[in-house]
Ligand binder design. Structure first.
Ligand SMILES: [Fe+2]
Length: 248
């Protein structure tokens, strides 16, 4: 087995549930930039590799696996999990966080203009994610389901084009990156979600909601980019190959 430092962040996250928390702590992006090895990510982030390795070692020794072994889920099961867990979470949280960003910006924006910028950026995150989830639920996930059903049945399924799901997947990956970048900007504007001493309760609540939201988004995007999409693409290639073989 490769040493931990040479493994990719996206793969390490799947080993134990607490590893994502260690990466969050050191701001090691395991979703949109999860293809980097641990060593590369630590160098880029200016974090001591040895310190992170020690914490990962502690996590690895802990008993208990994630309740769900995501690596064993099929693409259809992953789509269902993502919808039930993450899409539901996003839809539940958006209205409250939007109301809090607006309230705090209105009350304190004159003295803290960054609160107005946070409200504007959050509005973009909310609008983008709503549109993004609708596309996944109505276009990409049903396509993935078709490909897997055909793969499972071994039928020769007539894919309308060679890159049937590759194109929507590329588009979804770009949108993930955009949402991740906006949340990173919000994190910076909030000084890592640290409210000033004089912050009111809503302000404090807002920053803790934003922090939790970003962490959920990282897990959500990681499941799609590094598990669902590669599995679905692999099935698409296999189905297309058998379809070609039948035609030839
Ligand atoms: Fe997505």
């Amino acid at each position: 087995m490769k040493e931990l430092k040479d493994q990719k962040l996206a793969a390490l996250v799947l080993l134990k549930p607490g590893i994502a928390d260690v990466f969050e702590k050191y701001k090691l992006d395991f979703c949109c930039r999860g293809k980097r090895t641990l060593e590369e990510a630590c160098i880029q982030q200016g974090v001591e590799l040895e310190v992170v390795l020690e914490e990962l070692g502690t996590e690895m020794k802990k008993n208990g696996q994630s309740k769900i072994d995501f690596g064993k889920l099929s693409p259809i099961e992953l789509c269902n999990y993502i919808k039930a867990a993450h899409h539901t979470y996003v839809r539940q949280k958006l209205p409250g966080i939007t109301a809090h960003t607006e309230k705090v910006a209105l009350r304190h924006g004159d003295l803290y203009p960054e609160l107005e910028v946070i409200a504007e950026k959050w509005k973009l995150v909310a609008e983008d994610l709503i549109a993004h989830m609708i596309k996944e639920e109505h276009i990409l996930f049903p396509f993935v389901e078709k490909v897997q059903k055909c793969f499972d049945a071994g039928e020769s399924f007539q894919l309308p084009e060679e890159e049937f799901i590759s194109n929507p997947i590329r588009e979804m990956e770009n949108e993930h990156e955009h949402a991740g970048d906006l949340m990173a900007e919000i994190r910076e504007l909030t000084n890592d979600y640290t409210p000033p001493e004089e912050a009111c309760t809503t302000w404090r609540l807002l920053f803790s909601e934003l922090k939790e939201f970003e962490e959920d988004l990282h897990r959500h995007v990681h499941l799609e980019n590094f598990l669902l999409f590669p599995k679905a693409l692999e099935m698409e290639r296999a189905v297309f190959k058998s379809q070609k073989a039948v035609q030839d």
